[in-house]
Design a protein around this ligand. Structure first.
Ligand SMILES: [Zn+2]
Length: 288
C-alpha cells in the first residue's frame, strides 16, 4: 500500500510538472511578482518553500538580491540595522476577512511565541504608519525580509499566508523573515553540514540553494543549526521525490516547523535585544 501511494503521488506530481503550472501575477509595491500554485502537499507537509520568489517564500528588494548574489560567505540574520524593526516593535495589520477564526488564532499564537521568547513586541497599526500586512490574497506563504519601509505615503510590507500555511511553525518561519532572517541552509559554510544533491533539484529552482554574503547576513556567533525553523526540509524543490539536502551529521533532522529552536531564539535575541557588539552589526543604512 505504501508503495502504491508513493507512486500515485509521484504520478500526480509528474502530471503537474509536465502539463504546466498555473502562474499568476500580482503586485506588491508596484513590482510584479510571480507565484506558483501551491504544491506544498507533495513535500512532507512543509508549506513555505514553493513560490518563484527568492528561495520560495522571501520577497527581496533589488539591493537585497544583489547582495545575496554577490555572496561569498555569511549566515542567516540580516546585518543591516536599518532593516530591523524600530523600537523592537512589529507594527502589523491583519486583513481579518481573509482569514477564519482558527487561522487568526494561529497567527496570534505565532506572534505570542516570538513575543514570549524575546523582547519583540507586536502592536496593531495606527493611522497610515508603516506596517506588515497579514493577507491571504495569493497562494503560498511568503514575506519580505526585514523592515521594508519605502518612502511611499501608505507604506506596507506583506506577510502572505495561503491556505496551506496554517501550521504554527510555518507562521513563525514567515514572521522570522519579516524580522530579518533568511534560510539556515544558505549559510556560507553549509557545505560542512549538509550535502546539496543538485541532480534531484527541479530545473529552474537551483537559485534557492545559493549561499549568503557575509556582508549581508551574520550568524551572531551561533553555530549551524539543523533544528532551525528556518532550515529547508530534505526534499525541498525535489523534481523526483528524492532528497535535495542531506545532513552530513548522522540522525540530524532538518525542516521542522513546530517552533523556534534554541538557536533561533538566541539569534533573534542577539539581533534585537542585546547591545550591538562593536563591529558585529552595522547599524548604518547601507547602500542607500
Ligand atoms: Zn522561508
Amino acid at each position: 500500500m505504501v508503495g502504491f501511494q508513493t507512486t500515485l503521488l509521484d504520478n500526480i506530481e509528474m502530471l503537474i510538472t509536465y502539463f504546466g503550472i498555473l502562474v499568476f501575477v500580482f503586485t506588491i509595491n508596484g513590482s510584479p511578482i510571480y507565484n506558483d500554485i501551491n504544491l506544498d502537499k507533495f513535500y512532507d507537509g512543509i508549506e513555505d518553500e514553493f513560490g518563484e520568489y527568492f528561495e520560495g517564500d522571501m520577497v527581496l528588494t533589488p539591493i537585497q538580491e544583489r547582495d545575496i548574489f554577490e555572496a561569498t560567505e555569511g549566515r542567516n540574520g540580516l546585518r543591516n540595522g536599518a532593516k530591523r524593526w524600530p523600537n523592537r516593535t512589529v507594527v502589523y495589520h491583519i486583513e481579518e476577512d481573509n482569514f477564519g477564526e482558527d487561522e487568526l488564532k494561529i497567527i496570534e499564537e505565532g506572534m505570542a511565541e516570538i513575543a514570549n521568547k524575546s523582547c519583540i513586541k507586536f502592536r496593531p497599526r495606527k493611522d497610515k504608519e508603516h506596517a506588515v500586512v497579514f493577507k491571504s490574497s495569493a497562494n503560498g506563504c511568503f514575506s519580505n525580509v526585514g523592515f521594508n519601509n519605502d518612502d511611499d505615503e501608505e507604506s506596507e510590507q506583506v506577510l502572505n499566508l495561503g491556505k496551506g500555511c496554517f501550521k504554527h511553525g510555518t507562521v513563525v518561519h514567515e514572521m522570522l523573515h519579516t524580522l530579518g532572517f533568511y534560510h539556515m541552509q544558505s549559510t556560507y559554510d553549509r557545505d560542512d553540514y549538509i550535502k546539496i544533491v543538485w541532480e534531484n533539484i527541479k530545473e529552474g529552482t537551483e537559485h534557492n540553494f545559493a549561499k549568503y554574503n557575509n556582508d549581508t547576513v551574520t550568524d551572531f556567533g551561533v553555530p549551524y543549526d539543523y533544528g532551525s525553523v528556518m532550515h529547508y526540509p530534505e526534499k525541498a524543490f525535489s523534481k523526483n521525490g528524492n532528497k535535495t539536502i542531506i545532513p552530513l551529521q548522522e540522525n540530524a533532522h532538518i525542516g521542522q516547523r513546530n517552533e523556534m529552536s534554541e538557536s533561533d531564539v538566541l539569534k533573534l535575541n542577539k539581533m534585537y535585544c542585546e547591545q550591538s557588539e562593536e563591529g558585529e552589526i552595522d547599524v548604518t543604512h547601507r547602500n542607500s
